[in-house]
Design a protein around this ligand. Structure first.
Ligand SMILES: [Zn+2]
Length: 253
């Protein structure tokens, strides 16, 4: 009998300590990242978290496990979680808002953004900016695709991935692919490679961002039930790296 039948969802408050987040303490205890194992760790208002506390997330996000070494013990906890975070565009919250005026001082927005380090941002695969929708548009909105239909598509894509990695121990999804597996399973077609090359140069993306774009593109292709990672899948994956593209605090206030 398994003790946990539902994937966990953990949403620690931004005042959380480093130990409570990653684990440790006088008597070793798992932290929120391990309590979120195989589930979601949600950080609301990311820049409000202590910067050094956030930095300790970097290694576990790569390794999917954490080793805690103290004088009296060394212990390893699993922590394969999906990291989800939200933030305002600026301290006042109205930067880029079509209906309100942002009152932040020049430099204030950049300082706010700088609370999240480049290396941590690099590890966030999908970074999207959401602008508020005016009420009249919400009330007039045509019926979108129902969540139940999207759910079916996601389940199907997950099944494709399970099938893809059936011979690889401990790997169930595209996100868990090693670099070698990316070459094997997510190698784009010639047009895709060309698009990636120019995006790398134009946006000065890191090698880590490059691999992460390929993984996201593989998933977009899976959602369309495409065996091949095509140019359009890559274009979509690249478009989800809003913050990398530096078009945030540079559009002029
Ligand atoms: Zn503002």
């Amino acid at each position: 009998m398994s003790l946990i039948s539902q994937r966990p969802f953990r949403a620690p408050h931004h005042t959380i300590s480093e130990v409570a987040l990653v684990g440790g303490g006088a008597t070793p205890q798992p932290g929120e990242i391990s309590l979120a194992h195989n589930g979601v760790l949600f950080a609301d208002e990311l820049p409000e978290f202590n910067k050094t506390t956030l930095e300790v997330l970097r290694q576990p996000l790569e390794d999917r496990k954490i080793t805690i070494s103290r004088a009296k013990y060394t212990i390893e906890y699993p922590c394969s979680f999906m990291f989800v975070a939200s933030m305002n565009p600026c301290p006042c919250g109205y930067y880029g808002d079509p209906t309100h005026h942002c009152v932040c001082m020049p430099g204030q927005i950049q300082r706010y953004m700088n609370k999240i380090s480049g290396p941590l941002l690099d590890r966030i695969d999908i970074q999207v900016e959401i602008t508020p929708v005016p009420f009249k548009d919400i009330s007039q909105a045509a019926q979108g695709e129902p969540s139940a239909v999207i759910r079916e598509r996601v389940i199907k894509a997950r099944q494709m991935q399970e099938q893809r990695f059936k011979d690889v121990k401990g790997v169930y999804s595209n996100a868990q692919m090693s670099e070698r597996m990316i070459h094997q399973f997510a190698e784009p077609d010639a047009e895709g490679i060309e698009l990636l090359r120019s995006a790398m140069e134009r946006l000065s993306l890191s090698a880590r961002a490059y691999n992460r774009i390929l993984k996201v593109a593989r998933t977009i292709a899976d959602l369309e039930e495409s065996d091949v990672v095509k140019q359009q899948h890559l274009a979509e994956a690249i478009s989800y790296r809003n913050l990398d593209r530096g078009d945030w605090a540079e559009r002029g206030v």
